[in-house]
Design a protein. Sequence first.
Length: 297
Amino acid sequence: MAEAQGRHWASRQVLLASLWLTLLVLVVKVWIGWATQSLSLLAESLQTLINGFSILLSAIATTSPYPTSRETGGHGRLEAILALLLAAFMGFACLSLLVVSVQQLEAIAQVATTLLPVRMSPPLFQLLGVVMATNFCLACFQRYESGLLENPALRFSANHLFQDTWLMLPVLAALVGVRRGYPWLDPLLAVLLLIAAVCNCWQVFNWQLPSLMKQMAIAPEALAQTIHQVEGITHCYGIQSRGVVGRQVFVEMHLILHPECMNVARSIAERVERVIRDRYGPAKVVIYIDSDRPKSD
């Protein structure tokens, strides 16, 4: 338990540091995109916003190691409300950027003189390079820590940060193309990036959905019957489960072990987790080992 709590605390620190850096990167991208009138950079900033939101949900879930006042998995009403707000903002931002992008493409096709060109300077290109390097280093750090701490949330976040980094390459190429006389590259790429942002947002919601759902995933009686297949367990109680069976299930329970099996409690807990995963698919299992339990007849 102490080792699990140590990994939990370390994961929380990594997530909080990642959230801070992601927000910093987001502010820089939005500022440059707004100052230069770059629609593609503003559209790409939505990718960073989605990544930051995903990290925020994971960080909230690890604020308290095993909170008794929150649902299993760490997400409650606040996170569900934030998810709805993000969906609403994404819909508004994507629609607004799409309309402006289409208008700019029409203006370019008509050779309109009122078109506002993207204004990029070498220092801003250098700043975007620093932003890309920061994103890439953060993704590498999260990938390394996810293996060290056995945290799937960090691995998921690292994959999306890598994706965010690679998407900056066509944005930089489009901005260079605009400076060389191809103004249609910026709005056209913005439309493509908006489609990618919607797909990315759906992936985040799809991954976080099991922990946002409150209904019981597995009946406690069925879980108890599965758990008792492992030798050394005399009683299990306080069984809770939430999520979607086959996609991701969060399970929490208390186990009473036979006194002679207390020295192999860790091995028993690993076998319990393995049995649950073999029976119900991907699962995150939190197990409390109780050494003593009041006897009742």
